[in-house]
Design a binder for this molecule. Structure first.
Ligand code: SF4
Length: 280
C-alpha cells in the first residue's frame, strides 16, 4: 500500500498557538489557579481529553464559575465576553487566532459606520457566533443561497466569511450578493491555512485511488476537506477520528491512498493512521 500525505495538513498556526498557550498556562500555574477553556479548546476530542487530564476544564459560559483563568479558544468570542469576565474578576487568556481577530475588527468597524453586516458561514459555529457578537448580534448569516434573498439591497453592506469556508462556495455567494447590492465592501477572510489544506487535498484526491481524512467529526474544516474529496472521489473518501476506526479490509482494495487532516488534528494521530494503513 502506498500512502501519500497531503502537502498541507494537520495543526494550523492558530490551533497550535492555542494548544501551546494552554500548556504554558498549565506549566506556569504556580498558584494552582483553576484553568478553564470556554468551549472545547479545539474540535478534537483526543486533545481535549489530554488537556482535561492536565487540569483544563471545559465550561460553556462564564456564569458557571466565579474564579480562575479562562482560555479563549482560537475561534474567538463575542465582544461582551471580555466585559463579563472583567466584571466577574476572571483572568482571561486570549488565544483568539489573529485571522479571526481581523474579522472581528472589520465587523465592528463597519457596524459602527452603519453598514449591514453579512457573515457567510455556519450560524451554529462558535467562530461565526463570536464574529456576530462584534456587531451586536445583528449580522445576517448566509448559510445557503436562500438566505441571500432576505438581504436589504438599499443598505451599504460589509461581507466577511468564516475562515474555514470553501472558497468555491464563498465565491458563488459573493457573485449573487454583488448582483443584488451595489454599495458593497467584500473581505475574503478565508484563512491561508484553510486554503492551503483545501487545495492540497483537491490535488492529492486527483492523484490517488482513495482519500482518507483524519480529524474530529465536529471540526468544520475537517468536514470541508471531506466534502472536497467527495466531489472528486464520491465512493472512495473516508473520514476517521483516530487510527482505531480504520477499516483495513475496506482499504485493502486500493493501491494508493492519500491522507489529509483538518487544522485541529495533531500530527501524532495523522502519523498513527498513516503507519497503520502502510502496513496493509
Ligand atoms: S484555521 Fe486559520 S483562522 Fe482558524 S485557527 Fe487555524 S489559522 Fe486561525
Amino acid at each position: 500500500m502506498k500512502v501519500i500525505l497531503a502537502e498541507y495538513s494537520g495543526f494550523c498556526f492558530g490551533v497550535k498557538k492555542a494548544i501551546d498557550t494552554a500548556f504554558d498556562e498549565i506549566r506556569e500555574n504556580k498558584n494552582h489557579q483553576k484553568i478553564y477553556s470556554l468551549g472545547p479548546l479545539i474540535h478534537n476530542p483526543q486533545v481535549v481529553q489530554e488537556l482535561k487530564q492536565n487540569g483544563v476544564e471545559v465550561i460553556e459560559n462564564l456564569e458557571e464559575i466565579n474564579e480562575g483563568n479562562v482560555i479563549i479558544r482560537s475561534h474567538g468570542v463575542p465582544e461582551r465576553i471580555y466585559q463579563v469576565a472583567e466584571e466577574a474578576n476572571l483572568k482571561l487568556t486570549d488565544s483568539t487566532c489573529p485571522f479571526v481577530r481581523r474579522i472581528q475588527k472589520i465587523v465592528k468597524e463597519y457596524y459602527d459606520k452603519g453598514y449591514q453586516i453579512v457573515i457567510i458561514g455556519d450560524p451554529n459555529h462558535p467562530e461565526v457566533i463570536g464574529i456576530n457578537g462584534w456587531c451586536n448580534d445583528e449580522g445576517i448569516i448566509i448559510e445557503s443561497e436562500g438566505d441571500i434573498e432576505g438581504l436589504s439591497s438599499d443598505t451599504p453592506t460589509c461581507v466577511v466569511v468564516q475562515t474555514t469556508m470553501s472558497i468555491a462556495v464563498y465565491e458563488g455567494y459573493v457573485e449573487q450578493i454583488k448582483s443584488k447590492i451595489r454599495d458593497l465592501e467584500v473581505f475574503n477572510t478565508i484563512c491561508n491555512a484553510t486554503r492551503q489544506r483545501q487545495d492540497a487535498a483537491r490535488r492529492l484526491a486527483e492523484e490517488v485511488d482513495a482519500m482518507l481524512i483524519v480529524g474530529g467529526y465536529h471540526s468544520s474544516n475537517t468536514q470541508k476537506l471531506v466534502s472536497i474529496c467527495k466531489e472528486i472521489k464520491p465512493e472512495d473518501t473516508y473520514h476517521v477520528e483516530t487510527a482505531d476506526e480504520l477499516d483495513l479490509d475496506q482499504l485493502s482494495k486500493y493501491q494508493t491512498i492519500g491522507v489529509t487532516a483538518g487544522a485541529s488534528t495533531p500530527h501524532k494521530i495523522i502519523n498513527e493512521v498513516a503507519e497503520k494503513i502502510k502496513r496493509i
